[in-house]
Design a protein around this ligand. Structure first.
Ligand code: AMP
Length: 289
């Protein structure tokens, strides 16, 4: 695997591949890789000739009181994983390389950025959209791979790609989970033993929602209040939000067509997110969890 830190150099290297008419698959990450990231990398290896992974902990998507400085980083461990997965190119720029002095340009996906996680993480999706667009310009991928784990992020990126007429296919892959159902996340490393046990309530509350909907419950408040009960019955939990929304992230009152159940919960000081997508197939619902 070749590692690049400079924009100019990776651009040149990618142009070389493009001249050979090779397709570029791209997996943007913040590193501290786990099996969720690896599922995206494997999909890219299958679907494209050259797989590029970026590792960049993006300061503009963290609020002033958030965990930018504590965010787990281990580039050597990550490189070992990427080598094992036979990734072709790694792009791991410095903050100064991406946000040079006097940086001024930001991308906003209005409305989408203010809902769900955007309410408590002001400016987060502006930072996400900006860095992803910058990376798209640098890497110029044919396909880019994202995880359903960050469902709102995937919708923001898809909307940006559509609105800005980018010729990039966005693939969204299923959530990879621990055996007990906790969605893999680099932030799970913040949890102590007791908190780790409690953290499974996000998944369990989604399973409860699935059970209720299968039984015929259609009222969103009823589903949400049952999910709240499950979460609050475990220690160290504080709910940021639980919402049932349509594909524009607008809240629903009644469960009808396709929808997303998304939640963010603090386990101790760690804020975790999870979600379940539900698609209506005739009279039945298909639960993607
Ligand atoms: P991050 O490094 O947390 O910014 O994540 C990089 C990419 O990996 C994003 O597209 C995430 O949605 C995706 N991802 C993170 N966790 C998971 C997971 N548990 N399953 C699938 N994809 C994931």
């Amino acid at each position: 695997m070749e590692t690049y830190k400079k924009i100019k150099e990776i651009k040149k290297r990618i142009q070389f591949e493009k001249n050979k008419r090779r397709t570029i698959g791209f997996v943007p990450t913040m590193g501290y890789l786990h099996d969720g990231h690896i599922s995206l990398i494997r999909a890219s290896k299958k679907r494209s000739d050259v797989t590029v992974v970026s590792i960049f902990v993006n300061p503009t998507q963290f609020g002033p009181s958030e965990d930018f400085s504590q965010y787990p980083r281990d580039i050597n461990r990550d490189k070992t994983i990427l080598e094992r997965e036979k990734v072709d190119l790694l792009f791991s720029p410095s903050v100064e390389e991406m946000y040079f002095e006097d940086y001024k340009t930001y991308v906003e996906v209005t409305e989408y950025q203010d809902k769900l996680c955007g309410k408590s993480r002001k400016g987060h999706f502006r930072g996400v959209a900006t860095i992803v667009l910058k990376l798209f310009h640098i890497i110029t991928p044919d396909i880019a791979f994202f995880g359903q784990k960050d469902a709102q992020q995937a919708l923001v990126i898809k909307k940006m790609v559509k609105d800005l007429n980018l010729d990039i296919k966005i693939e969204v892959l299923p959530i990879v989970r621990e055996k007990d159902g906790l969605a893999l996340s680099s932030r799970n490393t913040y949890l102590n033993e007791e908190e780790r046990v409690s953290a499974v309530v996000l998944y369990n509350s989604l399973l409860k929602a699935k059970e209720l909907i299968k039984k015929g419950v259609r009222n969103c408040s009823e589903v949400i209040s049952e999910m709240e009960k499950i979460i609050l019955s475990s220690p160290h939990t504080r709910i940021d939000y639980i919402e049932i929304v349509n594909d524009k992230l607008e809240p629903l009152e009644e469960i009808n067509h396709n929808f997303l159940i998304a939640l963010a919960v603090y386990i101790g000081k760690t804020r975790l997110i999870d979600n379940m997508m539900v698609k209506k197939k005739g009279r039945f619902f298909k639960f993607i969890i």
